[in-house]
Design a protein around this ligand. Structure first.
Ligand SMILES: Cc1ncc(COP(=O)(O)O)c(C=O)c1O
Length: 409
């Protein structure tokens, strides 16, 4: 069947299916739309003004992070983290292999050697045991991803970091609001990187991000690296124009700065969207739990196990098909789901070491047996916030029927 998709990732409503996911998880609130228009009509400087500060303050309060910097996207929040980790080509950085490519690219750019970490067999996110196995004298940083909103076991990761003196970056692009025992992700490690991309649980006009920073020393370095090294001149100035409008300097020896700034209208939208984030997350959790409990009688389909005290946000809904005794696999299942029931299932996040980009750049080696064994039978159901019961029932009944058909074929 030919499919029409809205973007290169395969997202977007598709009328040739009975159920397909829209490109966005939920619509904007009216307040968010009004906030954007208000900035467009009334705010002179469209960047780095009061809305930036207010958005950063609001997200700092929401997460409980020590410092928050809003940026143009999570890729650049990760890039800032990679710069601040001060990685060199002599270092190794251990990165989750099961994630979106943007987790790893900023670290690859430092020249450090990427070592891929495996997933935990139950939670399907980074395994601290596997990471520990891969730490060497050259390891300088760990990059873990709370993929789909499932928190990685951060207490275990932080123990490793302390023991081996490592920097820790949390990729929270899909996990704003995920928690472990009431503590938000992005506040455990040195850095937390959040995304406000259009497909995320909350968006700031299609692009946007935030970086949370734990230490005051790191936080001091961010503004200059984020904004082309610009800063005010030191001290009182008799004439504000002497010697010039603003100074330009470097914050880390030998490191060129960047422009990773986000606009005021985006920040104004972010302030409003943040007010609804918990409702959106809770709706996604309720939907997921409905499907999981309705599928209890079909052990061939499994779901990530959420550890006690963890809040998993179900940014996307990924399942695993264990297969049938007569040798039917995920692709056989999706043939039925797609062609017979017209449900646009997709397969997301190829293990990064399998992509040509990483292979061609010298990061094609892997030692991730759990992911290798699991990934080829994983898939996603179409997913958005506010699915009605009729749609959920149709997804569940189709999935059950498809499994039954395969077992008896
Ligand atoms: C896990 C993960 N990391 C990083 C990113 C990069 O986010 P952004 O698109 O905001 O650069 C994404 C988003 O698509 C993501 O899903």
């Amino acid at each position: 069947m030919k499919t029409k998709t809205a973007d290169a990732s395969g997202r977007g409503s598709d009328t040739s299916f009975k159920v397909s996911a829209p490109g966005r998880l939920h619509p904007y609130s009216e307040e968010a739309i009004e906030a954007a228009v208000h900035v467009m009509r009334n705010v002179e400087g469209q960047t780095q003004g009061p809305y930036l500060k207010a958005f950063e303050d609001a997200f700092k309060e929401y997460t409980g992070a020590n410092h928050v910097f809003a940026v143009d996207n999570a890729t650049n929040a990760l890039r800032l983290s990679a710069i601040l980790c001060n990685l060199t080509p002599d270092d190794e950085v251990i990165i989750s292999s099961y994630t979106f490519c943007a987790t790893a690219i900023p670290f690859g750019k430092t020249g450090a050697k990427i070592i891929w970490s495996d997933i935990d067999k139950d939670s399907w996110v980074a395994s601290p045991e596997d990471i520990e196995r891969k730490i060497t004298a050259k390891t300088k940083a760990l990059v873990v991803v709370h993929l789909l909103g499932m928190p990685v076991d951060m207490p275990a990761i932080m123990k490793l970091a302390e023991k081996h003196n490592l920097r820790v970056v949390e990729d929270c692009a899909q996990a704003p609001g995920s928690m472990i025992d009431g503590r938000k992700v992005g506040t455990f490690g040195d850095f937390g990187c959040f995304s406000w991309h259009g497909a995320k649980n909350m968006t700031t006009l299609g692009e946007g991000g935030c970086l949370s920073v734990r230490s005051d020393e790191d936080a001091k370095l961010v503004p200059g690296i984020r904004h082309n090294g610009c800063r005010g001149f030191k001290g009182e100035r008799e004439r504000y124009w002497v010697p010039a409008m603003s100074d330009v300097d470097i914050d880390i020896d030998g490191v060129w700065p960047n422009n990773f700034c986000i606009g005021e209208a985006q920040c104004a939208v972010g302030i409003e969207e943040l007010k609804h984030l918990d409702d959106i997350n809770d709706t996604l959790i309720t939907q997921a739990n409905k499907i999981i409990s309705a599928m209890e009688d079909t052990p061939e389909i499994t779901f990530a196990k959420v550890p006690e005290g963890y809040k998993h946000l179900y940014h996307q809904f990924i399942l695993h098909f264990e297969g049938t005794e007569n040798g039917k696999n995920r692709n056989d299942l999706l043939d039925i789901m797609v062609n017979k029931y017209k449900i646009k299932c997709i397969v997301q996040y190829y293990p990064l070491y399998r992509y040509p980009l990483f292979q061609k750049l010298g990061a094609g080696e892997q030692d991730c047996p759990v992911l290798e064994n699991w990934w080829d039978n994983s898939f996603s159901l179409p997913w958005w916030c506010g699915m009605d019961d009729e749609t959920i029932d149709y997804l569940v009944s189709s999935l059950k029927s498809a499994v039954k058909e395969l077992k008896s074929s």
